[in-house]
Design a binder for this molecule. Structure first.
Ligand SMILES: Nc1nc2c(c(=O)[nH]1)N[C@H]1C(S)=C(S)[C@@H](COP(=O)(O)O)O[C@H]1N2
Ligand SMILES: [Mo]
Length: 251
């Protein structure tokens, strides 16, 4: 897109966000494919407006990063480890057999161990986890940007979403390519200078700091690239809209 048409798009987007022309945003959303998977039902038009406006205006912005002094002394973990036998077996062997399978619309499907992931460039960020229930905490997250893994497997140009799955069966989410390739979207292996504790999603969690906490799924075992979310679950994009929460949870 040329700079001029991008600027025009942003200006139009701004006008629409200001409420001057919600219809214009809906039109732009369709034109640029900015329709979220949970666009049906009573809240659907609102979801489309939020997602399209955010993508048109803030696609490249960064989540706030904090100084080390602001790391929460007592970070709040939602409960405990997954109770499954499969998880306990992994825990007993120090997660040495933990695998992340990467498939779908990629040139070279792969199955990566934690040490494979640790051999990629490792970055850190001090960002906040914000739960939809109102609490939050700041921690340092250490891992490799998801983009590094996607580049390594060769994402196909028609891929539009990354769907990611936990060893906890009911937890799966998806994000669009803007968030998947975002520099702060991390496959996280460490926290506050140590390994990632199990209660915080260890051994492997996808941190998506541009969105609410529920998009940062713990115990990741599988990611897949796709051009459509229709064939996953009820076709709404992830587990959250199936339970009444927005698929796009930008903050
Ligand atoms: N696998 C899995 N991932 C999960 C959850 C969960 O219960 N299981 N809870 C989610 C919710 S609702 C939030 S707010 C954050 C909480 O992260 P925390 O435990 O680090 O505070 O994790 C998210 N990821
Ligand atoms: Mo949450």
């Amino acid at each position: 897109m040329s700079n001029i048409s991008r600027r025009r798009l942003i200006t139009t987007g701004l006008a629409a966000t200001a409420g001057v022309a919600g219809l214009a945003t809906a039109h732009l959303a369709r034109r640029y494919g900015l329709i979220p998977p949970d666009n049906g039902g009573i809240y659907g038009p609102g979801e489309t407006l939020t997602y399209a406006a955010q993508r048109l205006l803030t696609k490249h912005s960064l989540a706030r990063e904090f100084p080390r002094s602001m790391i929460s002394k007592v970070p709040f973990a939602n409960p405990t480890a997954p109770p499954s036998e499969a998880f306990k077996r992994h825990q007993a062997t120090g997660f040495s057999d933990w695998k992340l399978s990467v498939d779908g619309m990629v040139e070279r499907p792969a199955s990566l161990t934690l040490s494979d992931l640790k051999s990629l460039p490792i970055h850190n960020q001090i960002t906040e986890v914000t739960c939809e229930e109102g609490w939050s905490y700041v921690a340092e997250w250490i891992g490799t940007p998801l983009a590094n893994v996607l580049n390594a497997v060769g994402i196909l140009p028609q891929a539009r979403y990354i769907v990611y799955f936990s060893i906890e069966r009911d937890w799966w989410e998806s994000i669009d390519m803007a968030d998947a390739l975002h520099p702060q979207t991390f496959l996280t292996l460490g926290m506050n200078d140590g390994d990632l504790p199990v209660s915080f999603g260890g051994p492997l969690r996808l941190r998506v700091p541009r969105q609410l906490g529920y998009k940062s799924v713990k115990y990741i075992t599988h990611i897949t690239a796709t051009d459509s979310l229709k064939r996953f679950g009820k076709g709404l994009g992830s587990a959250s809209p199936e339970g009444g929460y927005a698929w796009y949870a930008g903050i």
